[in-house]
Design a protein around this ligand. Structure first.
Ligand code: ADP
Ligand code: MG
Length: 693
């Protein structure tokens, strides 16, 4: 089905609000929707009605099985294949044991208790010590605000995943808790400042931009590094790579275009219209993004998107790479998380606003955001810290590891005027006309604020774009942190006003205390890290450095106050992040050694054979090839050293010693690739991988 055809059947495979409204008794529907705000459990009687209606609907769509779909914590690591969800499929077929002749299969019902809750083993998923094998029970429970959908004949029910003691061991639960925090603190703040007081609910929104590479599956499979690590550990760049950005927005190659269209149609079926498709900067690199929606459903859609990309790629003999840095020397993949919050009355906190009320709200919201980003700076950094992203943050293609806020230069000036005693109002977000200098093309309307691609958190007209999110990550974790720090900013502002301060003074005070997190210059410049140190902003360049700050008393207090994590859950996350980092680096180190021992060294030996008696022709080959072996020996010794007792020490060791040695080995292997006789290099080359379609 083409995406055009799919529009006609849109929502067919999703049990969304409209479907529910049309099929459920009015009172059941209203109680169900109301529970999303109150948190009230759905009664057993209502559960039965909903399960019956859902079953009938799912059967009419051809569903045979159902599954609770949940999102175990992965410590930021979705390197191979991207962040995936988990599910176990149960059939909706039953046997009629009362039949006289034989047990007769029939489509039974969907037992309501199994729709709303499931039980599974929590110890086999990363859990940071919150589960062990002798105390392993964990439960899935329907996230009632993310609609069930049918994918490949399976009714999927998006779920939160918690332990026997209600501790979260997934990506979704903390996101949902942070959305509750936005609601509680947002409504409290609105009441304190007397704006939008008719609002009854608050939402947070997400629109992701997903970058990826598409390569032929057979070449992928012939590279142990891609298969095991999701990225290449060696490989020489082709002479033509991305020098002139020739690939950027160029026509999409036919095969990839087909793939993207198919995936677009599939996403449309589950109510996720893809808004943008295009070629990216590096050869073989592309991007797709949907129309934004509420953050939890959007995060679910992103995971589904990666899954469907993988499925459809496989059907076409292709492989999609979601790793942050599949190839050295050319751009890596990012996932820009466009994020905003707003009321049920339609007020977006991050839109400068045309009315006086909305304009006031915008400036107030930015004071809260500046507070959140400044006071909880390290948390924001941690939310995107994992082994894959260490290859990007701080390089000249991705925002720096320093977290700052870019609200635009005019807004920065407005902040200073408020701090100096000026009014909250007065920021004019007016568009300007710019001439094109020719008769045929009309003048263009330029927004007040320019784009800043070097900033980790730039303003984009009606949202902020968190640009540092890793391409393989589940967006839930970084958006959970954005929501939490924003909720804490709104709580801080409300407290000041509840304590007797005027609205203006409270906003001025918040900006004054957190002024240094606002930076509108070039984040890629050499001066910025120096300036950031002077401002007291952290520059946590590696994952171990970032994760070391995660479970501080200050952060535990924040998460507890915002009801997002208990201290125990906060500790567990750090452990999972460390575990993911350590495992990733060890798998990478060992894969590199294996590829050299079984592929590169034999190729070097064969190559040298040819030069026997031709010392001059051999040139520096022998010395270089011997160098590869010697440096690899050092790498093996580093890998053979006993593991450190504490995960933090192990992570530091691998980061500071193993990683540089892997780089050293790689540099020599890539030089050797440039000398080996054509055809002797034992793995598909970068050239073949990047230029096959
Ligand atoms: P860019 O021009 O930055 O590359 P794209 O058009 O590729 O942006 O993607 C922008 C994303 O931001 C889309 O997913 C879009 O739906 C989303 N978006 C737009 N407005 C909002 C908003 N208010 N809140 C969250 N996301 C938004
Ligand atoms: Mg884009």
């Amino acid at each position: 089905m083409s995406s055009q055809d799919a529009i006609g059947t849109m929502s067919a495979a999703i049990f969304d609000e409209n479907t529910m409204a049309s099929k459920l008794p009015k009172d059941v529907f209203e109680r169900f929707m109301g529970a999303m705000i109150s948190g009230e459990p759905t009664s057993a009687a209502d559960q039965k009605v909903i399960a019956d209606v859902l079953f009938t609907w799912a059967r009419a769509q051809g569903a045979v099985d159902f599954a609770h779909w949940f999102f175990p914590i992965r410590g930021g690591s979705g390197a191979v294949g991207g962040a995936v969800g988990a599910f176990k499929m149960d059939t909706m077929i039953d046997l009629d044991f009362s039949s006289k002749m034989a047990n007769k299969p029939f489509f039974g019902v969907l037992p309501h208790e199994r729709l709303f809750q499931g039980e599974t083993d929590g110890s086999s998923f990363p859990n940071g010590g919150l589960r062990v094998t002798h105390s392993a029970a964990a439960f899935t429970t329907w996230d009632r605000s993310s609609p069930p959908m049918i994918v490949d004949g399976v009714l999927r029910i998006p779920c939160a995943f918690v332990t026997h003691f209600g501790k979260c061991i997934d990506e979704k639960t903390p996101l949902l808790r942070s959305m509750d925090a936005v609601r509680t603190q947002g409504l409290r703040m609105l009441k304190a400042v007397g704006l939008a007081t008719s609002a009854k609910n608050m939402y947070s929104y997400l629109g992701w931009e997903q970058e990826f590479f598409v390569v032929p599956a057979d070449l992928y499979k012939a590279r142990p590094d891609l298969v095991n690590c999701g990225r290449t550990l060696m490989g020489k760049l082709p002479t033509r790579n991305q020098q002139m950005d020739l690939n950027y927005f160029a026509p999409v190659p036919e095969k990839v275009n087909q793939l993207m269209n198919t995936v677009q149609a599939e996403m449309m079926k589950v109510g996720c219209p893809i808004a943008v498709k295009h070629n990216e900067v590096a050869p073989a690199q592309h991007e797709m993004s949907p129309i934004y929606c509420v953050a939890n459903a959007s995060a679910d859609n992103n995971v589904l998107f990666m899954e469907i990309m993988n499925r459809e790629s496989a059907r076409m003999g292709l492989m999609t790479l979601f790793h942050e840095k599949p190839f050295a020397g050319i751009n890596g993949n990012g996932k820009h998380a466009n994020w905003s919050i707003g009321t049920d009355t339609g007020l977006n906190f991050f839109y400068p606003g045309k009315t006086e009320e909305h304009a006031k709200l915008y400036v107030t919201a930015l004071a809260c955001l500046a507070y959140g980003l400044c006071q909880h700076n390290e948390l924001v950094r941690c939310s995107v810290a994992h082994a894959g992203n260490d290859h990007r943050l701080g390089a000249q293609e991705a925002p720096p590891a320093i977290i700052s806020l870019y609200p635009g230069q005019l807004f920065e000036a407005h902040v200073d005027s408020i701090i100096a005693g000026g009014d909250i109002l007065g920021y004019k977000a007016e568009k300007k006309m710019q001439t094109t200098g020719c008769a045929a093309a009309m003048p263009v309307e330029a927004p007040t604020e320019d784009r800043n691609r070097t900033a980790p958190f730039p303003f984009c007209g009606n949202r902020f774009e968190f640009r540092a999110v890793g391409s393989s990550q589940n967006c839930s974790f970084p958006i959970m942190v954005c929501n939490t720090i924003m909720a804490s900013g709104m709580a801080a502002l409300a407290s000041l006003i509840e304590g007797g301060m005027s609205h203006r003074d409270a906003v001025a005070d918040m900006f004054k205390q957190n002024r240094h997190v606002i930076f509108t210059g070039n984040g890629y410049s050499k001066e910025w890290p120096v300036e950031a140190v002077k401002r007291g902003l952290p520059n946590l360049v590696t994952t171990p450095m970032a994760v070391a700050t995660w479970a501080s008393d200050k952060n535990k207090a924040l998460f507890e106050a915002m009801k997002v994590f208990t201290p125990e859950e906060t500790d567990a996350r750090a452990e999972v992040m460390y575990e993911a980092y350590v495992t990733t680096l060890r798998v990478e180190g060992e894969t590199l050694v294996h590829m050299i021992d079984t592929g590169i060294v034999p190729a070097c030996a064969k190559d040298l054979e040819k030069y026997k008696g031709f010392a001059k022709l051999a040139g520096g080959r022998e010395a270089l090839y011997v160098g590869v072996v010697e440096e690899t020996e050092k790498l093996k010794n580093l890998l053979a050293a006993p593991h450190k007792e504490h995960l933090a020490d192990e992570a530091n060791y691998l980061c500071e010693q193993l990683k540089p040695q892997m780089e050293a080995v790689r540099a020599l292997v890539d030089q050797a690739e440039g000398l080996l006789e054509a055809g002797l290099y034992p793995f598909p080359t970068y050239e073949a991988l990047l230029y096959s379609h």
